[in-house]
Design a protein around this ligand. Structure first.
Ligand code: SAH
Length: 221
């Protein structure tokens, strides 16, 4: 990813971006591959120009349609959790949003499939991937409750919206020894959870408290 489009100036410059990496390190993210992927992706390119100067702060930001771009710290945690899946190469994301998490994942795995229920966000994310030359990300407009059967099974599924129950379709699209990373809960009570598909069952590991918008059924413009 090179050129003027992604390089940024002033509040989006390399130096500002370097400060985000320092901040994540200070918060305990020490995985080099994860930090490298976050450093590669121009986060200011995933938000509106009017808030681009906030893009390298460690916080969620609005992206329109009452949705958000995830906080870099949470993106780092989830990316790390996905990378801990044995032999991970193909990942399904539910909740593309602006496409930031998908772009970070695209730097550490072979292929990323991502589903978004809001058509305008899905189209914008697809055009960003094209402009950034991320050919290993495929984006679909649809209801993530159904997963993306066509390319299943996946090594890992990452859900970037909160749910109280894991959609059955997602469980059925993860291979044995694969993993689902998902925020479970509602409102202010959400925990990031890893579900490992082993011995025909699911082993749960609870991680940090997080705040995500809800996983909603159906599609909309
Ligand atoms: N992954 C994003 C954050 C997404 S915010 C990032 O990198 O910043 C959560 C997204 O999930 C929203 O865009 C929302 O529209 C989407 N979403 C909610 N329910 C969904 C569903 N059933 N299927 C697909 N996307 C869904």
């Amino acid at each position: 990813m090179r050129g003027l489009l992604t390089k940024g100036v002033g509040m989006t410059s390399d130096r500002t971006r370097g400060r985000l990496i320092d901040r994540l390190l200070a918060e305990g993210i020490d995985d080099e591959a994860v930090l490298g992927a976050i450093e590669q992706v121009p986060r200011h390119y995933f938000v509106d120009e009017s808030i681009a100067h906030l893009a390298y702060e460690d916080r969620a930001l609005p992206i329109g349609k009452r949705q958000t771009i995830s906080q870099p710290f949470v993106v780092a945690l989830m990316t790390k959790a996905v990378m801990q899946t044995p032999d991970v190469s193909k990942v399904l994301e539910i909740g593309t949003g602006c496409g930031y998490q998908a772009a970070v994942l695209a730097n550490v795995v072979d292929s990323v499939y991502s589903v978004e229920r809001i058509e305008s966000l899905s189209l914008a994310a697809r055009s960003r991937m094209r402009k950034l030359g991320l050919e290993n990300v495929r984006i679909r407009f649809g209801d993530g409750f159904e997963g993306w059967e066509e390319h299943a099974p996946y090594d890992a599924v990452i859900v970037t919206a909160a749910t109280s129950t894991i959609p059955e379709a997602l469980k059925s699209q993860v291979r044995e020894n694969g993993r689902i990373v998902v925020p479970i809960g509602r409102g202010g009570f959400q925990r990031l959870v890893c579900l490992d598909h082993m011995d025909g069952g699911w082993k749960e590991t609870y991680m940090e408290s997080v705040t995500f918008v809800p996983l909603l059924p159906g599609t909309t413009q």
